[in-house]
Design a protein around this ligand. Structure first.
Ligand SMILES: [Zn+2]
Ligand SMILES: [Zn+2]
Length: 293
């Protein structure tokens, strides 16, 4: 009876943890899409018509904003679709020296693989679990994570600059003074809406101010992620290997970059390309001999 009770308690705990993880994923992906759509629409319909009066400048910035948006969304979809799971492995009698035994999955995994406690599977060349992709960043989707984090960072900075130009023009001058700082906080905006004689604040400006704050937080985090992943890519390491100072898989910076971004290299940063990675054939990719054993 006690044994049954303990098992049911464990199952309930596991279910709750799974539901919590599901909620975190929904919150992160929901936040990303909400911020992306609200940034694009407030740029196109509020900020640009006010600051770019001539058709040419409006058209140029509209193309810029759409380009960033397409790259962000495209890489998020591809990154979430290309999973790096390794689920059909076996327990080998004589595994190669560098292989890892995963007790949770009861299988031997190629080097650089790690078990993800969130995905609950082994992940090939695991880097980290990405809540915005709802999966781990590994061998198949690092090539999408790099442009994704780049465009989220760049798009956030671009949006902040445009929003501040709009607010500077139509709300309050952006300057290094206490009054300006106060007006760009929510209490300052509320004061301007209810009590200020000029009554400059309205719903459009509230949306722009909120988008600026959202982009500020997101831009800082994603720029940090992009720069650190670029640093690791050049060194030929994952986050885990960097922590343990493992340099065994370093092929030289050019080859490290090429192996991940093969065959279109810089084009991955210009257009989201759904192409399978060749790195899957590397010693840390899917082992060939396991098939058909
Ligand atoms: Zn595992
Ligand atoms: Zn994971």
């Amino acid at each position: 009876m006690k044994f049954v009770k303990r098992i049911s308690e464990d199952v309930t705990k596991t279910m709750t943890a799974k539901e919590n993880m599901g909620l975190i994923h929904v919150a992160c992906i929901g936040y990303f899409y909400m911020l992306a759509v609200s940034s694009l629409s407030s740029l196109l319909f509020i900020a640009f018509p006010a600051i770019y009066r001539d058709e040419e400048s409006y058209f140029f910035h509209m193309i810029c904003a759409m380009f960033i948006f397409i790259n962000m969304i495209g890489n998020q979809i591809l990154g979430a679709s290309y999973k790096s799971f390794y689920t059909n492995g076996l327990l080998l009698p004589n595994p190669p020296k560098s292989w890892i035994l995963c007790l949770s999955c009861q299988q031997h995994c190629p080097p650089r693989s790690h078990h993800c406690p969130v995905c609950r599977v082994c992940v090939l060349k695991r880097d980290h679990h990405c809540y915005f992709f709802k999966t781990c960043v590994g061998i198949r989707n690092l090539r999408y994570f790099l442009p994704y984090s780049f465009y989220v960072g760049f798009g956030s900075i671009y949006t902040i600059v445009q929003m501040l130009s709009y607010l500077n023009y139509s709300y309050y001058p952006v300057e290094a003074s206490f009054t300006s700082l106060f007006y760009y906080t929510y209490p300052g905006a509320l004061y301007s809406y209810f009590w200020s004689k000029e009554n400059l604040f309205n719903l459009n400006k509230f949306i722009c101010l909120t988008v600026t704050y959202g982009c500020g937080m997101t831009g800082f985090a994603s720029s940090f992620y992009f720069l650190s992943e670029l640093f690791l890519l050049i060194r030929g390491q994952t986050i885990y290997e960097f922590g343990k100072d493992i340099r065994r898989y370093n092929l030289g910076w050019w080859k490290n970059v090429r192996v991940v971004l093969w065959p279109w290299s810089i084009l991955y940063f210009l257009v989201p390309l759904p192409l399978p990675t060749r790195e899957i054939n590397a010693p840390w990719g899917i082992p060939k001999f396991v098939k058909g054993v």
